[in-house]
Design a protein around this ligand. Structure first.
Ligand SMILES: [Zn+2]
Length: 466
């Protein structure tokens, strides 16, 4: 990072205020110590960072949002969106806050989806960016009565959560903590999740909105804000109106490690194997009975043990994974999920299903086998590769924000993978959330601030490069 970043920054009043604070604190030193034994109270880097880093009002917002109980419910009927009405309360609150900030068109629709616009102030035809987060939290842990706690100036040791002291965050269990010494770590109190997934994303977007309302001199194109429900149960974008959203490039703010942008997800299908046996009275079944149950078991066992499973693959490898099996002698069903970063890789895996089906059919003469394959989602990379600026500008934005940036791939799916195929190329940006869905979930306040700074740089880069 150099001073180029400083000159690029909007003409914020901040530096002047900072200088006066510097002067005040230097005077304070002089008065308490008589003489200044440290002529530069602030080091050069500190001054530089203070100039570069505007202050964002993010902690209080985050605390407010995590206190809303917004757990989604996978057992709700598939057509009920949101799955829990309580999610709409947070949505309404966010609309009210946006209105107060002066974001006039903020609205929540009948499904609980929140839309808002920060209008362009550029004379150029800048692409419309969309920043997106989800309001629900995972049903894996309670999200009711969340009590957020700041562990200020983290000392690098263990963090014990007060409402259940058996919940200890240790740097061994959470290696990312090792890099957060001196930062302010936020956790829940031990009996609930925190909800940094994904209320950190909401807080980041709201802090950006507040900053831009107060700093109209920052040049940018149209910015669309989108808050969805039910992401944790895989229904996040089911009711998003893409025409209404009308954005060119999107970013979900739902990533973990500082500096990471994810532009690649799995391609995913589900495969169902139906087996039909032949039932006879077991006492008189000689040469006639065909057990669907035994065939199902043989089918599952026919796959190699040392490869192709979630437990034997990592990095860029895909897998085949039986997730449920049920049956009787008469019929059995096996549910699989298959994953690969390449859609052709899914085809190869499906071809293996067909070969194994043939083999099992030979082993169990008279058995009926049918295999269904259903598309779940596709690697967003196939879409995003046609919009290289979506990733390049984000990497540049992190660089300008003084962050070491890197690209990663998600061994799973995101709202962004579906949004990408709905017409909005949509990589995922870090917010700093860690250990999500559990009671030890945590986030660094400084990582959240850097996430806002990244967005602030990003919107200016798009304006600059149009
Ligand atoms: Zn999330």
């Amino acid at each position: 990072m150099g001073f180029r970043g400083f000159t690029r920054l909007p003409a914020i009043a901040r530096p002047t205020r900072r200088i006066s604070r510097l002067v005040t604190e230097t005077r304070l030193l002089r008065s308490t110590h008589g003489i200044i034994n440290r002529p530069f109270f602030y080091t050069f880097t500190q001054i530089q960072n203070d100039f570069l880093m505007p202050q964002f009002n993010i902690k209080d917002r985050f605390f407010t949002y995590v206190k809303y109980h917004t757990t989604s419910d996978p057992t709700a009927p598939a057509d009920k969106y949101p799955s829990t009405d309580r999610q709409k309360k947070l949505g309404q609150h966010l609309v009210d806050e946006l209105q107060q900030l002066g974001v006039k068109d903020a609205e929540i629709d009948e499904h609980g989806v929140v839309y808002a616009t920060i209008p362009s102030n550029s004379t150029k035809n800048v692409p419309t960016l969309c920043f997106c987060s989800h309001m629900d939290t995972s049903p894996d842990s309670s999200g009711k009565d969340v009590k957020p706690i700041v562990h200020k100036n983290y000392n690098g040791g263990n963090i014990t959560l007060p409402d259940d002291p058996s919940q200890q965050l240790t740097p061994n269990l959470h290696p990312a903590l090792k890099e957060k010494k001196g930062e302010d770590i936020i956790t829940a109190s031990g009996t609930t999740l925190l909800g940094a997934d994904d209320k950190s994303g909401i807080a980041v977007i709201m802090a950006l909105a507040e900053y831009l309302q107060a700093h109209p001199e920052v040049p940018h194109g149209n910015i669309r804000i989108l808050f969805t429900c039910d992401e944790e149960i895989g229904r996040g974008v089911n009711r998003v109106d893409m025409e209404k959203l009308s954005a060119d490039i999107g970013y979900t703010l739902d990533g973990s490690d500082l500096g990471v942008i994810e532009d690649e997800t799995f391609s995913a299908d589900s495969v169902t194997v139906h087996l039909k046996g032949v039932v006879e009275h077991p006492g008189y079944a000689y040469g006639k009975l065909v057990s669907a149950l035994k065939a199902a078991s043989a089918f599952v066992n026919a796959w190699p043990k040392d490869q192709l499973s979630p437990e034997t693959t990592k990095g860029k490898e895909g897998f085949v994974h039986p997730v449920s099996m049920e049956g009787t002698v008469e019929k059995a069903t096996i549910q699989y999920i298959i994953r690969d970063f390449y859609t052709e890789g899914l085809d190869d895996k499906f071809a293996m299903f067909q070969r194994i089906a043939q083999q099992i059919h030979e082993e169990f003469p008279g058995l009926g086998i049918e295999i269904d394959r259903e598309e779940q989602y596709r690697n967003m990379k196939y879409v995003i590769q046609d919009y290289p600026e979506a990733v390049e500008h984000a990497l540049e934005a992190m660089k300008r924000a003084g962050i070491e940036a890197r690209k990663e791939r998600v061994r799973g799916g995101t709202d962004g993978s579906r949004l990408s195929y709905m017409g909005l190329p949509c990589p995922n940006l870090f917010t700093g959330q860690h250990a999500i869905h559990g009671k030890q979930e945590w986030i660094s306040l400084q990582d959240m601030e850097k996430s806002v700074q990244t967005l602030l740089e990003l919107i200016q880069i798009f304006e600059e490069k149009t």
